[in-house]
Design a binder for this molecule. Structure first.
Ligand SMILES: Cc1cc2nc3c(=O)[nH]c(=O)nc-3n(C[C@H](O)[C@H](O)[C@H](O)COP(=O)(O)OP(=O)(O)OC[C@H]3O[C@@H](n4cnc5c(N)ncnc54)[C@H](O)[C@@H]3O)c2cc1C
Length: 239
């Protein structure tokens, strides 16, 4: 039986023009336990039928050993759910949520070359994983984070990736900007980056993709074309 919690918004941080970080806590729990990469689901008052009201969000923070967690949410100008969160929800607001759910969780960190590919708020599960690696000083062999967005002003958590890259030589991050040319970032779509860098399939390489259908479909298609097996391609679909 699903348990629904009442979560309270403790802080809302603007990240870019259309993206915000929502920090929440679940007062009835001492510890909200989840695995890095999992998501929660809100029941928002935006529709009559249950299916019309539910919106899922990947947890964008590491499990903290307490009842707090963060979400990273983009506003869809035509979407009921994200507009409700941006227009009606304030610090102190209470939201009905369930979770955690999901199997897009931390992969084995050694013996594998990991490529994390995302666009926009698709960064959320990877931020949770990378924060966990850092906080728990987990050993990892190789992680390449590839983030895609339109403009350089929309690069999410840039400072954090710079610090991470300075700390761990086996971590690399790249940004692909589809509508702007801006050093040190690449111009174009995320797919062009990893298909040119990783055009020789090797068995220890695994791709993790997170974002909306067009990006995931294109990514899976291209990776299979290169010769990667289904077992090497993992994804979280936002819709
Ligand atoms: C497991 C899971 C995790 C998710 N995690 C996040 C997250 O961490 N952050 C986050 O912002 N969203 C996340 N989403 C998406 C989120 O659940 C909502 O779908 C999103 O907020 C849009 O809801 P809406 O009501 O505003 O728009 P809707 O009315 O539900 O959307 C209308 C249509 O627009 C498409 N769409 C909506 N937003 C975008 C977009 N930005 N780019 C391209 N197409 C879009 C949808 O696919 C849908 O077809 C996640 C979804 C799932 C299933």
């Amino acid at each position: 039986m699903t348990h629904w919690y009442t979560a309270e918004v403790t802080e809302i941080l603007p990240l870019t023009e259309h993206t915000r970080q929502f920090n929440l806590c679940i007062p009835e729990l001492e510890n909200f336990e989840f695995l890095p990469g999992q998501f929660i689901t809100f029941d928002l008052p935006v529709g009559e039928k249950r299916r019309d009201r539910w919106r899922s969000y990947s947890i964008a923070s590491a499990p903290a050993g307490n009842n707090q967690f963060s979400l990273c949410i983009v506003r869809n100008p035509h979407g009921k759910g994200s507009n409700y969160l941006f227009e009606e929800v304030r610090e102190g607001s209470k939201l009905t949520c369930k979770g955690p759910d999901g199997v897009f969780t931390m992969p084995p960190l050694t013996g594998r070359q990991l490529i994390f590919v995302c666009t926009g708020t698709g960064i959320a599960p990877f931020r949770s994983m990378l924060q966990t690696i850092d906080q728990k000083t987990l050993a990892f062999d190789s992680i390449h984070l590839i983030f895609g967005t339109r403009y350089s002003a929309q690069v999410l958590y840039r400072d954090e990736w710079e610090v991470f890259a300075g700390k761990y030589s086996q971590f690399r991050w790249d940004v692909a900007l589809s509508r702007e040319s801006c050093q040190p970032f690449h111009s174009g779509y995320v797919h062009e980056l990893y298909t040119s860098l990783y055009s020789n399939p090797v068995s220890e390489r695994h791709f993790y993709l997170c974002g909306w259908t067009p990006m995931i479909d294109e990514g899976v298609r291209r990776l299979k074309e290169i010769g990667y097996s289904e077992a090497q391609i993992h994804f979280e679909l936002y819709g």
